[in-house]
Write a protein that binds this ligand. Structure first.
Ligand code: GDP
Length: 295
């Protein structure tokens, strides 16, 4: 389950405060020490942890909290609110304004980009959209076929030109095709590589330049913790992302990426992948995630 380890640690750190009639500064300090350790162990970025703990501590030792009737509960409420803020405060929605709207999917190999493109198409159709998928991952063997099979399963058309064409051409032709066929959203899958390299970035930038997408979504594997955050920082610097999709949150017991990526990159997390199935994609709700973590 998502965040299991982190959740247990945080809950036990705060447990001592929960039922207490009186709470003093030392109690808060002791709890915050444990919260700090729990977050570090969850692979949350250390600067993020430091700021988080200092914000919560400052608010928690305030008179209105300690002198309240349920001080323990109030401290936990502060932790909940600050966790929510850390993850972006409120849900960040897709902004799809062009006709057709274009969503460009970027990310490293294995992060779940192709799967997520399919999931997103499925999700958007449930919102009464008519999506088209464009198979632009020309480097990973089988990525095009994978998208075609996925498209068949969910009954969403896939535009492809094989793996010999230039990805910029594929994206342009795919979008033109989408327009002709009356699609209102075109989701372009792009090539990922094992590591960030200049050739990949240049190619992605060229696609971005040519097709001016409404959304550029980076897909990262949440289970890779701070690596995912570093990848997001890099991509955001090069590409000005509009959002992040955290995949494999279903297997992520630690939560380090989920808790740090927004604070480190200032780029909103828009969706969470919660499993391999095509309907296992959820809009990312910071407040629900915080409540899930605190139980
Ligand atoms: P790509 O190389 O980035 O296009 O990666 P794929 O879309 O092929 O995904 C790589 C693997 O991750 C596949 O086995 C997917 O089923 C799996 N995957 C993708 N998203 C999720 C998710 O949210 N949860 C789980 N458990 N697996 C996922």
């Amino acid at each position: 389950m998502a965040f299991e380890g982190l959740s247990e640690r945080l809950q036990s750190a705060l447990q001592k405060l929960r039922g207490k009639g009186k709470v003093n500064e030392a109690d808060v300090k002791a709890a915050m020490r444990e919260v700090r350790l729990a977050l570090l162990e969850a692979d949350v970025n250390f600067k993020v942890v430091k700021e988080f703990v200092s914000k919560v501590s400052e608010r928690a030792v305030g008179q209105e909290v300690l002198k309240s009737l349920t001080p323990g509960q109030q401290v936990i409420k502060v932790v909940n609110e600050e966790l929510t803020q850390l993850m972006g405060g409120s849900q960040a929605k897709l902004s799809l304004t062009s006709k057709p709207s274009v969503i460009m999917m970027v990310g490293l190999q294995g992060a779940g980009k192709t799967t997520t493109a399919g999931k997103l198409a499925h999700y958007l159709r449930k919102q009464n959209k008519q999506p088209l998928l464009v198979a632009g991952d020309v480097y990973r063997p089988a990525a095009i076929r994978q998208l075609e099979v996925l498209g068949e399963q969910i009954d969403i058309p896939v535009f492809s030109m094989g793996d010999q064409e230039n990805p910029v051409t594929i994206a342009e032709k795919g979008i033109a095709h989408g327009k002709e066929e009356g699609h209102d959203v075109v989701i372009v899958d792009t090539a990922g590589r094992l590591h960030i390299d200049e050739t990949m970035m240049d190619e992605l930038k060229a696609i971005r330049q040519e097709v001016s997408p409404d959304e550029v979504l980076l897909v990262v594997d949440a289970m890779t913790g701070q690596d995912a955050v570093n990848v997001a920082e890099n991509f955001n610097r090069e590409m000005a992302l509009t959002g992040v999709v955290l995949t494999k949150l279903d297997g992520d017991t630690r939560g380090g990426a989920a808790l740090s990526v927004r604070a480190v990159t200032d780029c909103p997390v828009k969706f969470a992948g919660m499993g391999e199935k095509v309907d296992a994609l959820e809009p990312f709700h910071p407040e629900r995630m915080a409540s899930r973590i605190l139980g």
